[in-house]
Design a protein around this ligand. Structure first.
Ligand SMILES: [Zn+2]
Length: 257
């Protein structure tokens, strides 16, 4: 990795945390002090974040291999509307995140999961049969019991994506900054045409790495232009992905379509 970039990220981290030595860190503020490399990188997440599952046995992301094709898996029951309001975009220092107002949801095993936000990882976190795509989008849904269903969309380099143009018209955005959007956005435009997917039980891929996550990873990637990937890459930490985690005997299911 480029030595200058590593140095810059360390510097940013040191400056960002300069008023809080380890002893002084407020426990409610722990989530701020993790990163994708160095002293607060993934290998240290379980130490830094006292009460996390980052060392658990059902962690994400994983390499989606040795899956079991199941005829019983049905298309995801999505209830996305073109009228749902995209509230804001934020640069939280780990990713670029777009937050929705209530409206979109999906039904998973008779339970309703509301779409809260989506954000980006560059390059992708999940591997599909060993292949890492340039970009992965996480659509985070939550039910009333605070359990998650995360829909994952892979993006590959190709033609310009219109929905991305709208999203990126609110960029650039500085670390710590939030911009109001408050206009309707149809998230279904960012989904692949073929809705076949892999599914398994895992975790959030960032601290606190909670293990109440059903992952649904679409098999087909969408296309975005190189410039569109580059803009997101420029605004996010270098390589904001977590390395693949052990399967620990988990079964990965695949749709037959
Ligand atoms: Zn994510």
């Amino acid at each position: 990795m480029n030595r200058f970039l590593v140095l810059t990220s360390v510097l940013v981290l040191v400056l960002g945390c300069k008023n809080q030595s380890k002893e002084e860190v407020d426990t409610s503020d722990k989530s701020v002090h993790w990163s994708y490399d160095g002293e607060t990188g993934p290998e240290r997440w379980s130490e830094l974040e006292g009460e996390t599952h980052c060392n658990g046995n059902f962690q994400s992301p994983i390499n989606l291999v040795n899956y079991k094709v199941s005829e019983d898996l049905e298309p995801i029951d999505l209830h996305y509307s073109e009228k749902t309001i995209l509230h804001d975009v934020a640069n939280n220092g780990h990713s670029i995140q777009y937050d929705f107002e209530e409206g979109d949801f999906l039904i998973h095993e008779t339970d309703t999961f509301h779409l809260k936000q989506f954000h980006f990882h560059e390059p992708a976190e999940h591997l599909i049969e060993g292949v890492r795509y340039p970009l992965e989008i996480h659509l985070v849904h939550q039910n009333e019991s605070k359990e998650f269903v995360v829909l994952s969309v892979m993006a590959k380099e190709g033609k310009n994506s219109k929905p991305f143009e709208l999203l990126e018209s609110y960029l650039p955005i500085q670390k710590g900054e939030t911009k109001l959007i408050q206009r309707p956005f149809d998230i279904s435009q960012n989904l692949p045409q073929n809705k076949g997917y892999f599914s398994y039980n895992g975790s959030l891929t960032t601290p606190p790495c909670s293990e109440e996550v059903t992952w649904i990873v679409f098999k087909q990637a969408i296309e975005v232009s190189l410039e569109q990937v580059e803009l997101l890459k420029y605004l996010m930490p270098i390589n904001n992905y977590r390395e693949e985690q052990p399967h620990h005997g988990r079964v990965i299911y695949s749709t037959s379509f």
